[in-house]
Design a protein around this ligand. Structure first.
Ligand code: F3S
Length: 747
């Protein structure tokens, strides 16, 4: 048994009395999110009514999960914290570094070879500090957490933005940077701004081709990529009971795409049966004993507008399948309008590759529904038009679908089964392509579809849909195919229709464990060695503390235009190999960001050489001369993942401040934790005042205080100046981090 039943028993034992205290202090009906987060306050004395969206609150989460690409930096920081072992149950998952190319077996062999040094480091550090270690090939972090660790009413943090996947089992699960994870692992308070609450009422029942994925694809269209920022999305209503536990997980997973702090479903039987099926009968029994407080209070459901900051209603019975994209997950289009959109926007109509699986859609239900569609191609004599790739979410799923004959069906339609890992979802896809300069389309059941995300190719138009719809489109090979209305020609020349998908929520014969790949910690005081000439790993040096003055005449490093996600700031794919080596990975800094002055990526004006150079090359030259620099950006800067490299790289290369129209939550916290200044325009139009060769000063740092604006002075090349105020969200503690040079220095 890998989950910590003792901790969970204690949790449920204390839950009713803690809820009673929360009730007595708040003295009003409670939403589910409030119940869970208030029982996780760091200290009992901290219990009071916190203002949503305003107050910072200290929490004590129950556990931590880290994936291999972010765990390296998290554990390098943890090693500097001087602790003997982690304070809460924690796990490391090797899922991001395996490249998808020739299929599971060969790819895994290659990954073990090429990443051996990193895996050994993670395994040794995990063992030394009492952290559970999931070997390469065991599965993707969020699927493994759902199968083993998530429990209703619990709270966890994970160094990955899709950590909210565990909300499918009623857990408040939040994506954070490594420095935040270190807070929790060292037993310190973990700070978060009290989130706002978006209530999503689900009514009706899904039918036909509509899947849980379509709930979140539709919601992404309503909320947009930043509509959930600093908010928890809490689902409620009768419709929630019609969705499986894993379907709820899919919906929560993709709450990250609207910037939500996390997403959450109330406890119900569907979660209970999933817990039972995954050997956690005792957890289900314990949850049943406190069932009514694993749901919002009845008064909340009766009058949601009064208790949530915003309420959205979705009728599952009316929901159409959606396809979102390209290039952004909130470009939501119902299937009935999609062909029109493809033609109107001249998207490449040929569907070149279909990909299913990932942490988002790897459940038994997902796979059986996709297989029910794939089988029809075999049985009805339809030739599958496009290559098909399957990334199972875990060894448990892979072994179970193998036993149940589904891998055979995939084999018959020519699918390639990749390793139980992220693969193409994180740019770890060595794609076979004839011409990378050709515009092309792919459809995935993953969650994110930013430019270059899957295969590093800016010409790839990536769309996101449910696994069953991806399968249908793969069979047709045509983006304009609508399986609800259209027919396909079979090998006899007849026109045939694909029937609606069907599947099993859980395997009738139970789950197979396969070769699970879990290594328990030994706690042995093993020395951790990092070679000084390693290209993959580098011990961390503390960042210098603030010098006590204003930041004066910093050259503009880049004024980024449009979307600037963490993929633009610190690209994944081939760069994942340097995630444990800050100096090496800093070479990719902001290489995907578009320079507002020339519309090009990785080409910025170097004020020292008066030439155009790469962003990191320019920053390095400034750093060598002890010159600080500044980045200016537009809305939702740092959208996407939790990778703190996107904050540490600029910090390492002497960038002192990011001035943006707005920030994504996790990234803003990461910047603060690493001692950077994250400031925002009060008047977004001031963005237009910044010219390419400007120098910027930030004035007022000696009196840096919560809720007090700072001043920016922009000096143009002709000597003229612009001045305007900028705002920030630093509280007193975060200002101490800035002064100390980082949160870690401030301990
Ligand atoms: Fe991995 Fe993609 Fe999920 S990178 S953790 S499968 S979002």
């Amino acid at each position: 048994m890998v989950h910590d039943i003792e901790m969970i028993r204690n949790f449920y034992k204390a839950y009713p009395s803690k809820i009673a205290k929360v009730r007595s202090v708040l003295n009003r009906p409670l939403t589910l999110a409030e119940k869970i987060i208030y029982v996780h306050l760091f200290k009992d004395e901290d219990l009071k009514n916190y203002e949503r969206g305003v107050d910072y609150v200290n929490f004590r989460p129950d556990r931590v999960a880290m994936q291999d690409a972010t765990a390296q930096m998290a554990l390098l920081q943890f090693m500097n914290a001087g602790k003997e072992k982690v304070a809460v149950p924690s796990t490391v998952h090797c899922d991001h570094l395996i490249q998808a190319y020739q299929g599971s077996k060969k790819d895994l062999q290659i990954a073990n070879k090429t990443n051996g040094e990193v895996y050994d480091f993670l395994r040794d550090v995990s063992s030394r500090y009492n952290i559970g270690f999931w070997e390469p090939g065991s599965g993707i972090i969020h699927q493994i957490v759902l199968e083993n660790y998530a429990f209703p009413g619990g709270m966890m943090v994970g160094t990955d933005s899709h950590t909210p996947n565990a909300g499918g089992l009623g857990m408040v699960a939040i994506g954070v940077g490594g420095a935040d994870a270190v807070d929790v692992m060292t037993g310190m308070e973990w700070e978060l701004k009290m989130p706002k609450l978006i209530g999503v009422k689900l009514i009706g029942k899904l039918n036909g081709w509509a899947a849980p994925k379509d709930v979140i694809l539709k919601l992404a269209g309503i909320l947009t990529v930043k509509g959930g920022t600093n908010a928890i999305i809490e689902y409620f209503g009768e419709g929630t009971k019609s969705l499986s536990g894993t379907g709820k997980g899919t919906i929560c997973n993709m709450g990250a795409e609207v910037g939500a702090t996390t997403s959450l479903f109330p406890y119900d039987d569907r979660m209970g049966v999933y817990l039972n099926a995954t050997n956690r009968e005792e957890v289900a029994k314990l949850a049943n004993t406190v069932e009514k407080d694993l749901r919002p209070d009845p008064e909340v459901e009766a009058d949601p507008e009064k208790y949530y900051d915003r309420v959205i209603e979705i009728d599952l019975s009316q929901l159409e399948p959606y396809i979102n994209g390209p290039f952004t997950p909130d470009a939501a289009t119902p299937i009935s309008e999609f062909a029109e959109k493809v033609k109107k926007n001249d998207y490449p109509r040929k569907m070149e590759v279909g990909l299913i699986g990932s942490c988002t859609n790897s459940s038994y239900e997902d796979i059986t529904r996709a297989v029910s569609v794939a089988k029809q191609a075999v049985n009805k004599g339809i030739k599958v038009a496009s290559p098909f790739i399957v990334n199972p979410g875990s060894e448990k799923i892979r072994a179970t679908i193998e036993r149940d004959g589904m891998l055979d069906v995939f084999d018959k339609v020519g699918a390639t089964i990749m390793a139980n890992a992220c693969g193409p979802c994180i740019g770890q896809w060595k794609r076979h392509t004839d011409d990378p300069t050709r515009k092309n389309s792919i459809v995935t059941s993953f969650n994110r579809n930013f430019a270059k995300r899957a295969d590093g190719n800016p010409n790839t138009h990536a769309f996101v849909a449910s696994p069953e719809l991806v399968t249908a489109l793969t069979i047709a090979g045509d983006l304009c195919f609508n399986p609800l209305t259209d027919k396909l020609k079979n090998d006899k020349g007849e026109l045939v229709k694909l029937e609606e998908p069907s599947g099993y929520e859980l395997p009738p014969k139970g789950f197979e464990d396969g070769s699970a790949g879990y290594t328990a910690p030994t706690g042995a005081k093993k020395e951790i060695n990092v070679a000084s000439d390693s290209q993959r790993l580098q011990l961390l040096q503390p960042f210098p503390k603030w010098n006590g003055g204003d930041l004066v005449d910093m050259p503009l490093l880049i004024k980024a235009k449009g979307k600037c996600t963490t993929d633009h700031i610190s690209m994944a794919g081939p760069w994942l190999r340097f995630r444990g080596h800050l100096e090496n990975i800093s070479d990719n800094m902001l290489m995907g960001a578009i320079n507002a002055f020339n519309d090009e990526a990785n080409k910025v004006w170097n004020q020292l050489t008066s030439t155009y150079e790469t962003v990191s090359g320019t920053a390095k030259q400034y750093k060598a001369k002890e010159i600080s620099s500044i980045v200016v950006a537009e809305d939702n800067y740092g959208e996407g993942s939790s990778r703190e490299h996107a904050a540490m790289e600029p910090r390492f290369l002497n960038v002192k401040a990011i001035l943006a129209k707005s920030f994504a939550r996790i990234h803003e916290t990461n910047l603060k934790k690493q001692g950077m200044l994250a400031i925002t325009f009060i008047n977004p139009a001031d963005y237009n005042k910044i010219q390419e060769k400007d120098k910027l000063s930030i004035i007022g740092l000696k009196d840096f205080a919560p809720n007090k604006n700072l001043k920016v002075v922009v000096t143009h090349t002709d000597g003229s100046k612009d001045e305007f105020e900028v705002q920030h969200t630093y509280n007193q503690q975060q200002i101490e981090w800035f002064r100390a040079g980082s949160a870690l220095n401030a301990r």
